[in-house]
Design a protein around this ligand. Structure first.
Ligand code: NAD
Length: 343
């Protein structure tokens, strides 16, 4: 396979994982990097041996011939950068949260569609191997048709030291973390027709909500509860594990802390340890997320090579993003929100 030439825009905290993953992928290579902060540019450029460095994305697009661009900046810059990529006809990956508002997200999808440019949102949680293993159980038919799901992420891990911006935004857990858990719910149980939400702020030192509980009706008829908290102190800190319970017409599955999967179904009960691999560059407890970065970037390269639409294409991600908007609107109004009305 010919090696695709990519550029990374945004060389911050999380982008380092993306750079490690690109180094592990044969079909792609990062030939240039961009960050408006010269210090971040120096650190990442030196660590990964990238000589072409830009402090201005417009200069990057003018000077380089690129097969794709990987945007790893924070949300405020996503729309202008994705639109810049579309204007230069460069396929684009954009980190989550895709945009500050659903209206911006729709405009970004439209810009890429008009330019005929592939767009993937870096929505990586569904690519974690334990989540893929849960999906494989559902696909096998072992537990029959799911009628109930609980997708849960509860922790007291200090995410603020690595990502200080998370403490200052008006929106916190739904926009930053809940977005992943809502996407997992969609991935496992299908699209959502309505959502009811409640939120709370327990940590007085932050601006946004750090607890959110959402009840969803899926189009399949299944019901799910998605519950997220960064205010939950437990004997053993589970960060960043997503715990899953699914009940089906012929059985149940439970993904418990420590990556223990129990399936009770047509062929009896089976317990498996489905711990994710610890990649050579990964570090606990982030290794679960880090392996999913490699998986989603591999998927992008496969999609570009084959002309297939990525699983988390911009158009797909609008349906996850709508759940975020619905959760904030529903928490404010205390009323259920119909998802179709937002899309
Ligand atoms: P960060 O602040 O550490 O890094 C962002 C970098 O982008 C900074 O170095 C900044 O100088 C640069 N930047 C911002 N605007 C720019 C522009 N217009 N042009 C060039 N450079 C620009 O942030 P982070 O914690 O690395 O988060 C980045 C994104 O990754 C966020 O959207 C965050 O939600 C997301 N994230 C995703 C995951 C995941 O699992 N998918 C995990 C953590 C963070």
């Amino acid at each position: 396979m010919a090696t695709l030439s990519g550029a990374l825009i945004g060389c911050g905290f999380f982008a380092v994982n993306q750079m490690h993953a690109w180094r592990d992928i044969d079909g792609a290579s990062i030939v240039a990097i961009c960050d408006r902060d010269p210090e971040r540019l120096r650190i990442v450029g030196d660590q990964f041996g990238v000589a072409k460095r830009y402090t201005d994305a417009a200069a990057l697009f003018s000077a380089e011939t690129l097969d794709f661009v990987d945007i790893a900046t924070t949300v405020g810059s996503h729309r202008p950068l994705v639109e810049m990529a579309a204007a230069h006809r460069v396929p684009v990956i954009c980190q989550k949260p895709f945009a500050p508002t659903l209206a911006d997200a729709k405009a970004m999808v439209a810009a890429c569609a008009k330019a005929g440019v592939p767009l993937m949102v870096h929505e990586n949680f569904r690519w974690q191997s334990p989540i893929q293993a849960v999906r494989a159980v559902l696909d096998s038919g072992e537990i029959g048709t799911p009628f109930f799901g609980r997708i849960s992420f509860r922790s007291a891990y200090d995410v603020f030291s690595g990502q200080p911006y998370l403490a200052t935004g008006k929106r916190f857990i739904i926009e930053d973390l809940g977005i992943h858990i809502l996407d997992i719910a969609r991935f496992l149980l299908g699209d959502v027709s309505s959502l009811t939400a409640r939120t709370a702020r327990i940590n007085p030192a932050i601006a946004g909500e750090d607890v959110a509980t959402m009840l969803m009706d899926h189009e399949s008829g299944a019901i799910s509860v998605v519950d997220c908290s960064y205010a939950t102190r437990l004997a053993a800190e589970p960060f960043p594990e997503t715990l899953i319970e699914i009940d089906g017409s012929d059985g149940t599955l439970r993904l418990a802390q420590g990556y223990q999967l129990t399936v009770t179904g047509k062929s009896g009960t089976m317990v498996r340890d489905i711990s994710p691999p610890l990649l050579p560059w990964a570090s606990r407890p982030w290794h679960n997320i880090q392996e999913s970065v490699l998986a989603i970037q591999r998927h992008w390269v496969d999609c570009l090579a084959s002309g297939k639409e990525p699983a988390t294409a911009g158009a797909d991600n609008l349906k996850t993003f709508a759940l975020v908007e619905a959760a904030y609107a529903g928490a404010a109004s205390r009323e259920p929100v119909r998802i179709d009305d937002l899309l």
